[in-house]
Design a protein. Structure first.
Length: 210
């Protein structure tokens, strides 16, 4: 067994019931038998998953958007991102859509940067981060009409190193912002050799399904 590879564990599920059905995610109560035989109850936020885009221009500047996040009552600087909530849409298609809808951009170059669970202690949310380069503006006539918190988002193009410094200074707090920016700088330091094909398998997309 390699200790540096996460492994799926299909422990015995003794029972499962939905406690709450929401607009985006549900809350489920699972009774699971641990490897030593103990029975424990765990409440789980059932999340559809999400994707995000580290969009880099020709000067190694990254696009960040300022969006209101009500649960933490804060405006956070974040790369474009969104839920996997369109039936039949593949993750890369969702990432392309989010980049166009939130940032009015398309990209010729797409790669997988990394995959992670956003809050594995309580949520099934799996997140895939892409790097998008060779960017182009969407023509004004074809731009998405943004609503709600997305309607008036400010945007900023920030040097990647400067953005990473702001993360390490404790100024930026969105998890994808933190993880994505630091991972992008690491990938750049390795000559982008760590990037994966945009259509790389993603078996962790739907974890925790009873």
């Amino acid at each position: 067994m390699n200790p540096l590879i996460d492994e799926r564990a299909d422990l015995l599920l003794r029972g499962s019931r939905t406690l709450f059905r929401g607009l985006v995610w549900d809350v489920r109560s699972d009774e699971v038998e641990l490897a030593d035989g103990q029975l424990v109850t765990r409440e789980v936020v059932v999340h559809p998953g999400a994707v995000g885009v580290i969009a880099l221009d020709e000067h190694d500047r990254v696009l960040l958007l300022r969006q209101y996040r009500h649960p933490v009552r804060s405006y956070l600087w974040e790369p474009p991102a969104g839920l996997l909530d369109v039936s039949g849409e593949d993750p890369l298609g969702a990432a392309r859509r989010e980049l166009a809808e939130e940032a009015d951009l398309t990209a010729d170059s797409w790669h997988v940067l990394l995959d992670f669970y956003n809050s594995p202690g309580g949520s099934t949310e799996a997140f895939r981060a892409y790097v998008a380069r060779s960017l182009h503006e969407v023509p004004e006539a074809d731009r998405h009409q943004r609503r709600h918190e997305e309607r008036d988002m400010a945007r900023a193009w920030v040097d990647l190193d400067e953005a990473c410094d702001r993360v390490l200074a404790g100024a930026l707090h969105n998890p994808f912002t933190v993880i994505g920016l630091l991972a992008a700088r690491s990938a750049r330091e390795h000559g982008w050799s760590t990037l994966r094909d945009a259509s790389a398998p993603w078996p962790e997309r739907s974890p925790g399904v009873p």
